[in-house]
Design a protein around this ligand. Structure first.
Ligand code: SF4
Length: 323
């Protein structure tokens, strides 16, 4: 076990920002909320939510008239839906900066979809005529959050209903948390190399090119000052794992890992395991099936190096994200 590496099941309090209405606070324009069952029930056991409502922080009150974005899709203006002459942009943006400062140290953020403040993408932007532009955009708070914290895993409540996007978001939150606590809070080349080593197969599953690029970056790491190496690695690592891994690349990585069982598991058993990998590749079973089998044999017969690969358990198994 790597010295500063926590067991994944012991990580129960990852700080994650969230639009306050999504976590159940009655802060919406009509005094209601938009509580997400997935956030409250599935993810709350490992996430410690930090709720923010930019519109309430800006003093718009509860209840308040509905708002929308109008004008230039690249630089829209916030107005009341029923009074587009009143420019509310400055009032909201003045409240955003203090919130962004409080977001330092978070490992993820869950935003409310469609909101002119919190929506991450596909938010309607209206023309002066009252019709929406074909081009959609981001809410003003969401845009500022993404700009200030480009490495932060950010997702919308609606997109979390998609199992592949949910799995990828939770995996990225755990990875961000591990990088922050194991490398950024105790910066050393040794800790960076240990982190990279533990994420080797997960990186390979998500992005072969980035896996090679990051490997080369670390091969010459001794001549690079840590102050520039860490942000460059962090940015490229978080970008590399953003896209969900395909069935094909999972199979490729699982076959690589099988190589560690060559001497300890008889060939008949290995052939049976490879058949399950193929069933997964063909879409006949979910990822949990080959992974459970692989993890079982690796835990029994694998070296410490392969047993501590984050790919085998990127988040607690009980979350059921690979089902
Ligand atoms: S979407 Fe954002 S601004 Fe709107 S109520 Fe929810 S937290 Fe507040």
């Amino acid at each position: 076990m790597v010295a500063n590496m926590k067991l994944i099941s012991e990580i129960t309090d990852i700080p994650v920002g969230i639009s306050a209405c999504v976590v159940g606070e009655e802060v919406r324009f009509n005094g209601g909320h938009s509580q997400s069952k997935i956030c409250r029930e599935q993810l709350a056991s490992h996430f410690s939510y930090k709720p923010f409502c930019p519109e309430v922080a800006a003093g718009f009150g509860i209840p308040r008239p509905t708002m929308r974005l109008i004008g230039d899709p690249e630089n829209p203006t916030l107005t009341y839906t029923k009074d587009s002459e009143l420019d509310l942009t400055e009032q909201l943006t003045n409240a955003i900066d203090p919130i962004l400062k409080r977001c330092k140290g978070l490992d993820g953020f869950i935003l409310k979809k469609d909101s002119p403040s919190c929506g991450m993408e596909r938010v309607k932007i209206y023309q002066r005529s009252g019709y929406p532009h074909a081009q959609r955009g981001s809410g003003l708070f969401a845009k500022a959050l993404i700009e200030r914290y480009p490495n932060l895993p950010i997702e919308e409540d609606g997109r979390l209903n998609d199992p592949r996007l949910r799995e990828n978001f939770v995996m990225r939150v755990f990875a961000h948390h591990n990088f922050r606590t194991e490398v950024l809070e105790q910066p050393s080349l040794h800790n960076l190399l240990q982190f990279h080593s533990s994420y080797k197969y997960l990186l390979m599953a998500h992005n072969q090119t980035a896996y090679k690029t990051l490997g080369k970056m670390l091969a010459v790491a001794k001549i690079e000052p840590l102050e520039s190496l860490l942000p460059a690695y962090h940015q490229q690592f978080m970008e590399a794992i953003k896209k969900p891994a395909s069935r094909g690349s999972h199979c490729n990585v699982m076959q690589h890992i099988m190589g560690y069982l060559k001497r300890s598991v008889e060939s008949r058993v290995r052939r049976d395991i490879l058949k399950i990998f193929e069933q997964y590749r063909l879409g006949e079973v979910n990822l949990i099936t080959p992974m459970t089998l692989l993890a079982h044999y690796i835990n029994q017969n694998g070296s410490e190096y392969i047993r501590t690969q984050r790919y085998l358990e990127p988040y607690p198994a009980h979350l059921g994200l690979r089902n």
